[in-house]
Design a protein around this ligand. Structure first.
Ligand code: HEM
Length: 140
């Protein structure tokens, strides 16, 4: 059972990250777009990605992760798990910051340029590298 939960945990993590990488990329193109038709199309793409994939994936990934912890409470005594959970909290914060920018774009109130979103897009990359090393290598 535990391994089944882990398999679906990893699947949900992959789909969550696909959206975490793509949504800020859409913000880059949206911030560069100048015509009304493109802007309205980006709004729809952003909303569907966030509501249809990103948030459900986050809920499933976190839910299955917590379910594994309930089955294996020993992991909570490990330093790597504390570090991982700290990064996951930061990632959930990033997720909701994306939701905030999405609402600004939806109301035509975005004030940031494409260069900002290009840098913003890099943050989840760092979290992904750190968390995968923590859970696989379990260095401490
Ligand atoms: C609250 C959120 C999360 C919790 C409670 C959680 C918990 C867990 C637990 C208990 C395991 C099993 C560890 C083992 O059996 O060795 C696991 C595995 C894993 N988690 Fe998470 N996780 C969460 C979020 C994430 C996120 C955001 C990522 C990716 C960045 C991630 C990536 C992984 C990977 C790749 C594994 C497989 C490790 C392996 O056995 O090879 N998890 N997680």
């Amino acid at each position: 059972m535990y391994l089944w939960i882990k398999a679906f945990h990893i699947i949900a993590v992959v789909t969550w990250f696909a959206a975490l990488f793509y949504l800020p990329r859409l913000f880059v193109y949206h911030a560069m777009s100048e015509d009304r038709v493109s802007q309205e199309r980006f709004k729809i793409m952003e909303r569907k990605l966030y509501r249809g994939i990103m948030t459900p994936s986050m809920v499933v990934a976190v839910g299955l992760g917590l379910w594994m912890l309930q089955q294996m409470p020993f992991w909570m005594s490990q330093g790597w798990m504390h570090a991982k959970l700290t990064l996951v909290v930061a990632l959930i914060g990033y997720h909701f910051v994306c939701g905030h920018y999405l609402r600004l774009f939806a109301n035509d109130r975005n004030t940031r340029g494409h260069v900002f979103y290009r840098w913003f897009n890099e943050a989840p990359v760092l979290v992904l590298i750190a968390v995968v090393i923590l859970v696989v290598v379990k260095p401490f």
